[in-house]
Design a protein around this ligand. Structure first.
Ligand code: ADP
Ligand code: MG
Length: 693
């Protein structure tokens, strides 16, 4: 075999280690799956068993290195304690890859973790690649390989699924039987000690049988590597991704807003999206969207045409599509005109196009409308609703299939999806549509979710390279915090627009320096370890004369104890924005930007990207904010120069990525108005400085 991926997905000889003839044992299930008549696997299958010479009619040997011919793939189902020795045998027998299905490793505690460590150490030393342990196995329909615990081999097709959880390996088979969904390769990674998503993606990206990739991720071992692997595939094949384990992410004890809003899952999802993947929220959608993208091209724009025999369903679908960010625009008068002789007198040609209940002419109308809309330049996708009677009439589905064929022959590349609302007795008609590669989503809700997720993704934007490193400051506070004046100074030296500031040590000093600075000023108490100053009454804005400044200083000392204060020029009113950075243990430097100020965490309106980014990508971050309308000048405020804000985000992302000593950067707020941007608050923290106080 040329490499371990070939050996895994197209083996000539497979050995089951722990093979058995006893029904109910994994070793027997594997033998049966590999040799099932339905699978039609052409390779050779042998069993490894301490004493048997034959199992279920297959040859058996006591050890892997006792087999007379070269084995390509070992499937291991023996008890965990035996597995390191089995891997050693694989090495001796020059088997390039082993799938360890057995559980009882790191998922069970310290003892199992030690066993897993020994297994992987042996595998690395002997050059054996390992899938698992504690996994469901591997499937490759191109050669009929079912080396898994699945209850059957799914139908052949273009979707390859990489899943951490075996449950979705199982689900693949039922989606295949019930929904006609076709698969090429399925791999469950289990504890993922060696082979990971990035390894498999590199292969599947080049695999001619794989048209679409579905990815279910629980944990991510090397985020940057995964990002690169996905980003190099998405220009040619759709990748649909689900990240589970999202709920645990908000639990990081966070001292900065940036840290609170960039939990592990938020970063992972932002990175997957940035790499060009279609993001879904649940496993059913993962399979549904992957199947749709395998059957139909992605949507190249947001405009959808609906053809329906129920006004109500058309309205509901319109609402749901628009809620997902798609549009159901009115068709041009010219196009509507051409529908006049197709539709009945009470029909509507606007969009949704309503054929009413004139069921005698359903097939004629659906056929003509689908063809015309598929060929029209006014919409990016066509969605016939087949509701009850139209779904029950086989000739309606038939007319749609024929119309699609004619449109494709004429060069149309837009997708056609059906919204299906029908009784079980219509299932045969649905199966014919699915076989003709037309997705049939259940009800308007399922249709809207699937269509929105099938929207074409912009090309992946890879983080730029990093400039010269930014030197670290000489001193840090307890907890690794950089002092306020030091942090402002670092930003100012880098050329960022920091409001004029100075430290003051007593009330007279404060008043004198305020006078020099010019009113109005802002005074902030600086106390070690204090975060979120305004919550503690440590920020006084709008101080407009010397006595107000002196009084504010005295008040701080009375309430918060003795200590210095930061005096700042007050920025003109504007929109409060945030720019932050964090070093993620897996994805590396990330940049965050969005609506800031004191409500930042309540609003949670921020965008994340792997850093550093350029101004164009920064602009896309801003355009994606829910509150982007606020930038256009809200309630008499001056419209904000978005290009300039994007430039600032990009420059800060460059600077942050280059400041490799810095783990957290939280600039909140930058006060923005028109062309002016003023940084009035910043926090910086270096984790590595925590230990030396
Ligand atoms: P913290 O985030 O620690 O509570 P900030 O320094 O961000 O404290 O101040 C809280 C709020 O006070 C800011 O969101 C802003 O509305 C206002 N503010 C602070 N400094 C200035 C300044 N120099 N000019 C104008 N407004 C300011
Ligand atoms: Mg702040």
């Amino acid at each position: 075999m040329s490499n371990w991926q070939e050996a895994l997905f197209n083996p000539r000889r497979v050995a089951v280690v722990g093979a058995s003839a006893t029904p109910g044992k994994a070793g027997a299930l594997l033998l049966r799956n590999l040799t099932s008549a339905q699978s039609r696997f052409h390779g050779e299958v042998i069993g490894i068993h301490p004493s048997a010479t034959e199992l279920l009619g297959l040859p058996a040997f006591p050890r892997l290195d006792a087999a007379p011919t070269q084995i390509d793939l070992a499937i291991v189902v023996t008890p965990p304690a035996t597995v390191p020795a089995v891997i050693e045998d694989c090495g001796r027998a020059k088997i390039p890859v082993a799938v360890i299905i057995s559980g009882g490793f790191a998922e069970t505690g310290a003892e199992g973790a030690e066993l897993q460590r020994r297994t992987i150490e042996t595998a690395r030393a002997l050059d054996v690649r390992v899938v698992g342990p504690n996994c469901f196995g591997a499937i490759s329909t191109s050669c009929g390989l079912n080396a898994s615990l699945s209850i059957g081999l799914p139908k052949k097709g273009g979707v390859s699924l990489i899943t951490q959880s075996g449950a979705y390996g199982m689900a693949a088979y039922s989606r295949s039987v019930d929904e006609g969904m076709g698969f090429s390769k399925i791999v469950a990674l289990g504890n993922k000690t060696d082979v990971d998503e990035a390894d498999l993606l590199a292969f599947l990206g080049r695999d001619p049988d794989t048209q679409t990739i579905a990815l279910l991720l629980e944990s991510i071992s090397d985020g940057r590597r995964l990002f690169d692997a996905i980003a190099s595939i998405t220009p040619t094949k759709p990748v649909v991704a689900l990240k589970t384990g999202r709920s645990a992410s908000g639990q990081r004890a966070a001292a900065s807003h940036t840290a609170a809003l960039s939990g592990d899952a938020a970063v992972a999802i932002a990175a997957l999206r940035q790499a060009g993947a279609h993001i879904v929220e649940d496993g059913l959608s993962l399979l549904e969207v992957a199947a749709s993208l395998d059957r139909q091209p992605p949507l190249r724009g947001k405009n959808v045409a609906i053809i329906t025999n129920s006004g109500g369903t058309g309205v509901e679908l319109t609402d749901l599509l628009e809620a997902q960010g798609l549009a159901v625009p009115a068709l041009s008068p010219a196009l509507q005109e051409t529908f006049a002789n197709v539709l009945p007198p009470h029909g509507s040609a606007i969009n949704p196009v309503d054929v009413t209940t004139d069921w005698a002419r359903f097939s004629q109308m659906y056929g003509a409308l689908v063809e015309a809309l598929m060929k029209s330049g006014e919409v990016d996708a066509v969605v016939p609703v087949l509701l009850q009677r139209s779904a029950l009439m086989p000739e309606v589905g038939g007319a749609i299939i024929e119309a699609l064929c004619r449109a494709r022959a004429a060069g149309s590349t837009k997708p056609l999806h059906i919204c299906w609302v029908a009784p079980k007795e219509a299932d045969g008609n649905r199966a014919r549509l699915l076989d003709a590669a037309i997705p049939c989503h259940l009800w308007p809700a399922g249709t809207a979710t699937a269509l929105a997720a099938a929207l074409a993704r912009p090309a992946a934007v890879r983080p730029a390279s990093i400039r010269n490193p930014v030197p670290a400051p000489s001193a840090f506070d307890a907890g690794g915090w950089v002092s306020a004046p030091q942090a402002f100074l670092l930003l100012a030296q880098a050329g960022f627009p920091v409001t004029p500031f100075t430290m003051v040590t007593d009330a007279d000093d404060a008043a004198a320096k305020a006078e020099q600075m010019g009113f109005p000023v802002v005074l902030k108490a600086e106390r070690p370890g204090m975060t979120h100053k305004s919550e503690k009454g440590a920020v006084r804005v709008g101080l407009s004369d010397c006595s107000a400044v002196a009084n504010a200083f005295a008040d701080f000392e009375q309430r918060l104890g003795r200590g210095p204060a930061l005096l700042q020029q007050q920025a003109a009113p504007g929109l409060e924005l945030v720019i932050g950075g964090r070093r993620d243990p897996s994805f590396g430097p990330i940049i965050l930007a969005g609506l800031g100020g004191v409500w930042i965490e309540a609003l949670n309106d921020v965008a994340l990207r792997l850093a550093p980014i350029d101004a164009e990508e920064a602009r896309a971050m801003v355009e994606g904010l829910k509150g982007r309308k606020l930038f256009q000048g809200f309630r008499a405020a001056r419209p904000i120069n978005i290009a300039q804000f994007a430039r600032l985000i990009a420059d800060i992302s460059q600077w942050f990525a280059a400041a490799n000593w810095l783990d957290e950067l939280d600039i909140n707020p930058v006060i923005a108005s028109g062309d002016s941007f003023t940084i009035v608050d910043v926090r910086m923290r270096a984790e590595s400085a925590t230990s030396h106080g």
